[in-house]
Design a protein around this ligand. Structure first.
Ligand code: ARG
Length: 474
């Protein structure tokens, strides 16, 4: 990005912009050019700009608005320009403001008069709205594949750890035992909804603004159905004013990205926590760990931390664009040029986060013994005991809760798990307790008993993981 932000007096008087300077005697001040230019970032739209121009030219020719020969020249000119950009040979000019005028000016340079006919019956307003929708649509398709990839990695590891006990937490206090597979599948569900949100946004964005022109439509006999079809849109946008001034599709993209990033940040945080030695639940591979330059023992989960942090900039992008759009009068305002950077940045950050997370998940090792030991230590079977008192002895749950609480206090005072209390000790609190209680005072029994729909019983977890793997691969 351009860092200079002070007005430099220009020695040679600037000449008017060749694309719109007809009524101007002098060109813009250097600082005016700098604040006005978007070419520094909107060059990322070059592919979409050329794609949309090709469709527009084909339509103009089909409607007899330009000659077939002109369309052929425009087509080969734009294809040559695409090669120039791909190969890094394109002469980008800040004085031409943006990607649209850079490409159009270059076209005229290459093919002459025919190139100057391309902008018939369109404006940069419908052009940029079209390009940007195409860009966001492509970004969604890429992120969808990456989300699927991450879900598959999570579901595969979930199947492997379907029966691995871990302490489940609420308030980050040990709550009840769950399996690590179950825990991982919780994230699969979250990312599945993220995919759905992106798909919903995609459905709504898939209307074509091209042909709305500046804001009012055009007097030329254009065929908006044709350009919409050529560009893979479901239909032309119905209202020309809305078509050029709407950026909901970008907001929805950012909202979906922000929510997905929040999910990733929670998983990132858990990786940071669970790989920390006092937890010791997880080990990341060397490929996803960094060392410390001073403390040789350290294995830092930098990628997980950065994924956690990127949720900040991604949700920042959403707020940025919401604030840009707030209170803008219809139709187009130059403010809307500021719509692109937050979307580009959020898309890149989310894509990188998804790739890094998938890599970490594929490689990580769960330390089964450690997770099971902590699940045992933390009285995670207390609820099982209370449930047993209800089921076997007919105690009201509140009373069972109280009895169990006293037994936990007793065990804690002795520094032992509930299962280590003798029958006498158990009966000192509730005389009707019998040996049958032993079968619920084990991690395995506790887990296996959680068979309610969506519960953590290893058999259910394995089934759910297999179902996900099947769906994701199908
Ligand atoms: N660079 C501009 C943008 O990104 C293109 C549209 C300019 N339209 C205009 N009427 N000045 O929004």
């Amino acid at each position: 990005m351009n860092e200079k932000n002070t007005a430099q007096p220009t020695r040679t008087p600037p000449t008017p912009n060749p694309q719109w300077g007809g009524r101007f005697a002098a060109g813009p001040a250097a600082i005016m050019r700098e604040i006005n230019a978007s070419i520094g970032f909107d060059r990322a739209l070059w592919r979409e700009d050329i794609e949309a121009s090709l469709a527009h030219a084909a339509m103009l020719a089909a409607q007899g608005i330009i000659a077939k020969e002109d369309e052929a020249a425009i087509r080969s000119g734009l294809e040559a320009i695409a090669h120039e950009i791909e190969e890094g040979r394109f002469p980008f000019e800040e004085s031409l403001e943006d990607i649209h005028m850079n490409i159009e000016a270059r076209l005229a340079e290459r093919i002459g008069e025919a190139g100057k006919r391309l902008h018939t019956a369109r404006s940069r307003n419908d052009q940029v709205a079209t390009d940007f929708r195409l860009y966001v649509r492509r970004a969604i398709d890429g992120l969808d594949l990456q989300l699927r990839d991450l879900m598959l990695a999570l579901a595969t590891r979930a199947l492997e750890y379907a029966d691995a006990p871990m302490p489940g937490f609420t308030h980050l206090q040990i709550a009840q035992p769950v399996t690590f597979g179950h825990h991982l599948l919780a994230y699969v569900e979250m990312f599945a909804v993220d995919r759905g949100r992106f798909q919903d946004a995609r459905r709504r964005l898939n209307e074509c603004p091209l042909g709305a022109a500046a804001l009012a439509g055009t007097s030329f006999p254009i065929d908006r159905e044709m350009t919409a079809r050529l560009l893979g849109f479901d239909r032309p946008a119905a209202n020309s004013i809305d078509a050029v001034s709407d950026r909901d599709f970008a907001l929805e993209f950012l909202a979906a990205a922000a929510i997905a990033a929040i999910h990733l940040s929670r998983l990132g945080e858990e990786i940071v926590l669970f790989t920390s030695p006092p937890f010791g639940f997880l080990r990341l591979s060397d490929a996803f760990t960094t060392g410390s330059s001073i403390m040789p023992q350290k294995r830092n989960p930098d990628a997980a931390e950065l994924v956690r942090a990127k949720a900040g900039r991604i949700s920042g992008g959403l707020i940025t664009l919401l604030m840009v759009m707030k209170g803008l009068p219809l139709a187009y305002s130059k403010d809307m040029q500021e719509d692109k950077e937050p979307v580009f940045d959020a898309g890149r950050a989310l894509s990188l986060s998804l790739a890094a997370m998938a890599g970490m998940v594929r490689d990580m090792q769960a330390v089964r013994e450690r997770m099971a030991a902590v699940a045992r230590e933390g009285y995670a079977d207390a609820t099982d005991l209370a449930d047993w008192l209800v089921r076997e002895l007919g105690l009201p749950f509140r009373e069972a809760h109280h009895v169990t609480g006293r037994l936990v206090a007793m065990a804690e005072a002795k520094g032992v798990p509930l299962a280590a209390l003798s029958l006498e000790e158990l009966r000192s609190v509730e005389p009707r307790i019998h040996e049958g209680v032993r079968e619920v005072l084990s991690l395995e029994a506790s887990l296996a008993s959680r068979r309610s729909l969506g519960g953590t019983a290893p058999a259910l977890v394995a089934e759910a993981a297999r179902a996900w793997i099947g769906r994701l691969q199908g």
